[in-house]
Every structure is written in structure tokens, then in C-alpha cells.
Design a protein around this ligand. Structure first.
Ligand SMILES: Cc1cc2nc3c(=O)[nH]c(=O)nc-3n(C[C@H](O)[C@H](O)[C@H](O)COP(=O)(O)O)c2cc1C
Length: 341
């Protein structure tokens, strides 16, 4: 038995955890390929949201989240991931080539991987009260370890600039029929393997002082009572290249899994960054024009007694994991253990 190459079961199990990563509208815009100890993550451009995500930022950030989830899952299973990001300039869809090498799993690897199936995008209002300083430090470090900055927005003028940008983005999107049709196609369903299910979506607040959540179709999730006490954070990068966006996704995944491990609820929100004008507003008024905003992450505690949320479904593994195509064009045979779901 070869102990330096993961078997197909291990790769499949790690990808099954990787695809639990958050993605914009639960679009899951990725494909995974593997051969021996090498796994490739490729973007699936057919799943880009043409109207919500015209320049593909959310797609890259989503794939970055899945990339980080994969490395966390692999580490818990005894494989360290050596990641080569955007390794082939002629193939921009090839986002990462990952070589798996044997690794001594630590308790911290298992604790982080255990957060993957427990994490949810929780769009409800959170309880009042600041985050413990210790938690803030953990969250910020998980971003800074991945070339990103997690800015906790506390000052009133900055919070109202962020809230204003969100309200403006919502208004601009509402006036765009193509955006509305696309959103309706990707939300409000009950048992689809992708999209945001009705049971996970709450109605957006009407108060101009609260950060809007994206208004998905058919929202059926009852909101919690009281004003939203979530800590508002903006995850930002120094630049805005494809590599920066990939790093932003990896950092977002690290922040979200760390939050889950700390017992905190969380949710990503990117609507203001999908439009040039509202993105510029956040860059200038929240980040002093020095950093590129990539995601808002709300973090906090749910009010006592709030019922747990169901997990959002994912596409079957057989749709997203394939053996690497043979260099001469013919596909390698799919091992029996990778057929089916
Ligand atoms: C790049 C990106 C953008 C997202 N934007 C939003 C958003 O604007 N509003 C929102 O409620 N959720 C947003 N999400 C969360 C997704 O809707 C969520 O991850 C998906 O529905 C799967 O659900 P889960 O995170 O509970 O597994 C975003 C996620 C990512 C990765």
C-alpha cells in the first residue's frame, strides 16, 4: 500500500467537505479534478451569476472559500495541501493545483474541520452585545494569516456609510429586471440542490439604520425579535486581482469556520460590492480608500432559544468531482468508488 498518495475515498471525502463552503446564491461554481496526489480546483464559468456578479468577483471568492475548506478537510484526514494558485496563466479557469503530502493531524485541524458541517449562513438578527476581544483577535488573525484584513466596523459614521451603501445597492438591483429574474431563479425553492432555499432566507429589514440582507425570493425563515446586534466586519485585500479575490475567499472561509468554532453565528453579504458605485463608497468611507472591500461578514450570538437552521443542500459529488483528463485528450476511467453520490 502506498502511504504517500491519498486513495480515491480520501479525496472524495475531502471534496465532500470542501463543497460545504459558502458560495454566492449557493451557486457552487466549481469543478474538482484529481489524479494521484494532485487535486485541481477549476472555476465553472457556466455558474457565474451574469447580473449579480458581472465581473466574476463573487465566483472567485466562492471558489477561494471552497479551496480553504478543502485544505482544512485534508489536514484533518492526514494530508497537508501544498497549494499553487493560478498556476497556468493560459488557463484562468484553473484556480489551484493542490499537491497532497502526508501530514500529522493535530487537534486544531480536527476542531476546524468539525466546524464545516456545523456552519450556516444565518441571516437572522443577532443578540445585542459586543464580541469578546479574544474572539475578535482570533477572527482577525484568521484573515491576516491569509493576506486579508478583517476590519470590524464600530464607529457610527462608518457603520452608516456601510448601511447606506447596502441600501443603495439594493435599490439599484431592484431597478434591474435582469438581476431580479436571476435572483428569482436562484432562490425561493424548497428541495433544489443549489440556490438559496426559502427556509434559509429572511425578509430584509425595513429600517434604514439596519444593514439590509439580500432580499431573496420566497423568504420563509422567521426572523428573531429585536434590533440586530451583529458585529459588522468588512473583509478586504490590498489589491483586486484574481489572486486577491481567491485569497479573500480563503480568508473568509477561515473567518467563518473560526467563528463557528467559537460558537458564533455568521453570514456573508456582498451586494454592495457587486456594483462599482457602492463598492467605491465602502472603499472610501469605511476603509479610508486604502483597501479593496471584498465581503461583509456579520458575526454574533443568536438570541437564546433561536431554533437551529437546516443545512443548505449541495450538488451531488459525482457532478463536481472528476478524474483529471488524460493529457492526450481521453478521460481516465472513473474508479467505481467515485461513481454515484
Ligand atoms: C462570495 C459570496 C457572496 C455571498 N453573498 C451573500 C449575500 O449577499 N447575502 C446573503 O444572504 N448570503 C450571501 N452569501 C451566502 C450564500 O448565500 C450561502 O453561502 C449559500 O446560500 C449556502 O448556504 P450556507 O452558507 O448556509 O451553506 C454569499 C456567499 C459567498 C461565498
Amino acid at each position: 500500500m502506498d502511504h504517500t498518495t491519498p486513495d480515491a475515498y480520501t479525496v472524495r471525502a475531502a471534496v465532500a467537505l470542501a463543497v460545504r463552503a459558502p458560495s454566492v446564491h449557493n451557486s457552487q461554481p466549481w469543478q474538482w479534478h484529481f489524479s494521484g496526489r494532485t487535486v485541481e480546483l477549476r472555476a465553472d464559468p457556466r455558474r457565474r451569476l451574469r447580473h449579480a456578479d458581472p465581473d466574476g468577483r463573487d465566483l472567485l471568492v466562492s471558489c477561494g472559500c471552497a479551496l480553504h475548506h478543502f485544505t482544512v478537510a485534508a489536514a484533518a484526514m492526514g494530508w497537508a495541501a501544498q497549494v499553487h494558485r493560478l498556476p497556468d496563466p493560459a488557463r484562468p479557469d484553473l484556480l489551484a493545483r493542490i499537491d497532497l503530502v502526508p501530514h500529522d493531524t493535530r487537534d486544531a485541524d480536527i476542531a476546524l474541520a468539525a466546524a464545516i458541517p456545523r456552519r450556516r449562513s444565518d441571516r437572522r438578527r443577532y443578540a445585542a452585545g459586543p464580541l469578546p476581544v479574544r474572539d475578535e483577535i482570533f477572527l482577525q488573525k484568521s484573515a491576516s494569516d491569509r493576506d486579508a484584513v478583517l476590519r470590524i466596523v464600530t464607529e457610527a459614521p462608518r457603520r452608516s456609510a456601510l448601511t447606506g451603501a447596502a441600501t443603495e445597492a439594493d435599490g439599484l438591483h431592484r431597478a434591474d429586471p435582469d438581476y431580479e429574474i436571476e435572483l428569482a431563479a436562484w432562490s425561493g425553492r424548497h428541495y433544489a440542490p443549489d440556490g438559496v432555499p426559502a427556509r434559509n432566507a429572511v425578509r430584509a429589514p425595513v429600517s434604514p439604520h439596519e444593514l439590509r440582507v439580500r432580499e431573496f425570493a420566497g423568504a420563509r425563515l422567521p426572523d428573531t425579535a429585536g434590533p440586530d446586534g451583529a458585529a459588522l466586519t468588512v473583509l478586504a485585500t490590498a489589491g483586486d486581482t484574481a489572486l486577491d479575490r481567491l485569497h479573500a475567499g480563503e480568508a473568509a472561509s477561515a473567518v467563518l469556520l473560526t467563528a463557528t468554532r467559537l460558537g458564533l453565528a455568521s453570514c456573508v453579504y456582498t451586494e454592495p460590492f457587486e456594483l462599482t458605485s457602492t463598492r467605491a463608497l465602502v472603499r472610501d468611507c469605511v476603509l479610508d480608500g486604502r483597501l479593496e472591500p471584498q465581503l461583509v461578514i456579520r458575526v454574533g450570538h443568536l438570541p437564546p432559544g433561536a431554533p437551529p437552521l437546516p443545512a443548505t443542500p449541495r450538488r451531488p459529488i459525482s457532478e463536481v468531482l472528476r478524474p483529471v483528463a488524460h493529457p492526450y485528450g481521453a478521460g481516465l476511467p472513473i474508479p467505481d468508488q467515485l461513481r454515484g453520490r
